[in-house]
Write a protein of this length. Sequence first.
Length: 133
Amino acid sequence: MRRYEEDVEVRRGEVAGWPGEEGPAQLLWRGRLWRVRAVLARWIETGAWWGGGDADALRGTDEPAAARREVPGRVPGQVPGDGDLLERLLVERECWRVEVGRGRDVGAGDGGGVVELAFDTVDGRWQLVGCAD
């Protein structure tokens, strides 16, 4: 599967085989309309919340131990002036692997394939992240 990180426009709709779920029904990629034939898989990805400066700040380990002891009233996990810390750590992407075909009439020989789409729940943006044709 080729990897991409390209923004796409996605129209949500009822997903066959997933009662009560809305998922990608159509997508516009590189000026072409693709219709979803089938959903092959769906999963949620989280960011690497356990590593990096934000996680260290939340644990209270972003500075030397001696400096932490010298700050009266400091509570690990409280970072002054940073209310978005937990939101940044808990970022999720809704991922879909779908079979697609071109245009209105889908079927054999329509140039279709399998694509992976990701929906960023924070900024409401869809990306095509993989394609197997």
